[in-house]
Write a protein that binds this ligand. Structure first.
Ligand code: RB5
Length: 153
């Protein structure tokens, strides 16, 4: 694995979104993105004031659908609500990842383009390790591509 978390050859900004329960972890991740010189679009939320995760998840989902962002990171308390919302978007394959092995297969088998983290469940160090696996694992293609092609309605 290469040093750092994020690949150096990304062709579009990484999209970010969270609700209030994911805000603190989103800010931590933004610190890593800045330190690594990776461009990102932060679709909010922008504070710990109580809010509704779909208001931000739909903005990231639209950015994936229209090609503005190729990859995204989404965070709410459990990860469930924001993940459910993102997956309503036709081009989004969002995977809720709470440990490294889930992230490994989310990318290698499902070619997930959004990683969702449960901000109230994982520590900063766990999030860092999960993100590293997700962003440094390659999609295997082959039989998995055939299955992914059957997902959109
Ligand atoms: C907010 O309290 C919490 O419900 C939300 O962050 C998320 O866990 C929903 O799925």
């Amino acid at each position: 694995m290469q040093e750092g978390i994020f690949p150096k050859n990304l062709t579009s900004p990484i999209g970010l979104c969270s609700d209030h329960a994911g805000y603190e972890l989103k800010e931590y991740i933004i610190g890593i993105l800045k330190a690594e010189g990776v461009t990102y679009n932060d679709f909010g939320t922008y504070s710990e004031a109580s809010c509704d995760y779909p208001d931000f998840a739909h903005q990231l989902g639209a950015a994936i659908d229209n090609g503005e962002c190729e990859l995204g990171i989404a965070i709410c308390g459990t990860g469930n609500g924001i993940n459910m919302t993102l997956n309503k978007h036709q081009k989004v394959r969002s995977a809720l990842c709470w440990k490294e092995d889930i992230a490994l297969f989310a990318k290698s088998h499902n070619n997930a383009n959004v990683i969702t983290l449960p901000g109230r469940i994982v520590t900063h160090e766990e999030a860092r390790r999960i993100l590293k696996v997700f962003f440094q694992t390659e999609f295997e293609g082959g039989r998995h591509q055939k299955r992914i092609d059957k997902i959109p309605l």
